[in-house]
Each structure stands twice: as C-alpha cells, then as structure tokens.
Design a binder for this molecule. Structure first.
Ligand code: AMP
Length: 177
C-alpha cells in the first residue's frame, strides 16, 4: 500500500484515552469506517498484505471483526463465518475459553461453519494480547479448517499478541503501533 494512503488511514484512527477503563488507549476506528474511500483502502490493504486471492471462508471476530471480515469475504468471493461471544449463536456451537488480563472470556463458532479441509482467513479489527484471535484460530483448527493466515486492521505490537497467533499461519497487520 502507498505510504501516503497508509498515513491517511493512520491519522484518521482516533485515540480515546481511558476507554473502556483507566489506562487503556482505545483505538477508535469509526472515523475510518465513516469514510468510504479510507474504508475501501483499508479493506484492500488488509487483503493485499496477505497475498491471498482465493479462500473458502473468512472468519470475523465479534464485533468489529464482522465489519472487516464480511467486506474481505465479499471481495474474495468467500463465505463469512462469525465467531461470537458465548451465548449469542443460535445453533449448535463449539466454544473455547481463553485468559484475559483479569479473568476469562469465551468465544463460540457454529459446528457446521467450516468443513474439514476448507481454507480459512481470520480477520479482526485489532490484535492486542492475541487471546481472542488465538481462541478463534483454535476453533477453526478444531473444525478441521486449514488456516492460510490472519489479517488485522491494527496491531498493538508492544503487547506481543503476534506470538499467540503466529503458530497458525502468517500474521498481517495494516497499521502498527
Ligand atoms: P486481545 O484478545 O487482547 O488481542 O484483544 C483483541 C480484541 O479486543 C480486539 O477484537 C479489539 O476489538 C479489542 N481491543 C483490545 N484492545 C483494544 C484497544 N486498545 N483499542 C480498541 N480495541 C481493543
């Protein structure tokens, strides 16, 4: 991606200090989503960085991962699969618990979402500690999906989340901090 486009995207991401709790600087992507040119460039960039031109399924993580994941799936001619927070999916699910800084969280995926052998790209808005993406990758692999890689709009490199996900194919991020 051209450096000036990337700079434009980066400067449109809004830092919101102390949200949702003191000490966290929240990366607010809504100004990027609201801009049709930047949104299209962001989605193109997230695909381009992977080098993937064909994949069976794109998995997006609840909730902002649905936005990027669905747009990426549509562009690649792939199906979209949601990984959701526990209790949100209506049919039979497989779930996985993962550790947060304090306590645990759970995500789920429908049992029939991915057929064994299907190729999968994981997409999310932001890679922080990697717990959430790592859990999603675990679900995909349990279902027999072949992970081609993961693509994130933002990566907070200082949190080291990449280590938790790099065991499941190449990891790509458009904007890094
Ligand atoms: P983690 O499991 O720590 O990698 O957290 C990833 C998820 O938490 C992503 O899906 C983000 O939506 C959200 N998240 C974590 N940290 C931030 C942040 N600083 N700004 C915005 N979203 C965040």
């Amino acid at each position: 991606m051209a450096p000036d486009i990337l700079d434009n995207i980066r400067s449109t991401i809004r830092d919101v200090p102390d949200f949702p709790k003191p000490g966290i600087v929240f990366k607010d992507i809504t100004p990027v989503l609201a801009n049709p040119v930047l949104l299209a460039q962001a989605v193109d960039g997230m695909i381009e960085s992977t080098g993937i031109t064909q994949v069976d399924k794109v998995v997006g993580i609840d909730a902002r991962g649905f936005i990027f994941g669905a747009l990426i799936a549509e562009r690649l001619g792939a199906g979209f699969i949601p990984v959701r927070k526990k209790g949100k999916l209506p049919w039979q699910t497989r779930g996985v618990d993962y550790a947060l800084e304090y306590g645990t969280n759970s995500v789920e995926m429908h049992l029939d979402a991915i057929n064994p052998g299907e190729t999968v790209l994981l997409a999310d808005d932001l890679l922080a500690t990697g717990g959430t993406a790592g859990a999603a990758l675990h679900l995909i692999e349990q279902a027999g999906g072949k992970v081609l890689g993961s693509t994130f709009f933002i990566e907070l490199t200082f949190l080291g989340g990449r280590e938790k996900v790099s065991g499941s194919g190449p990891v790509h991020a458009l904007v890094t901090y």
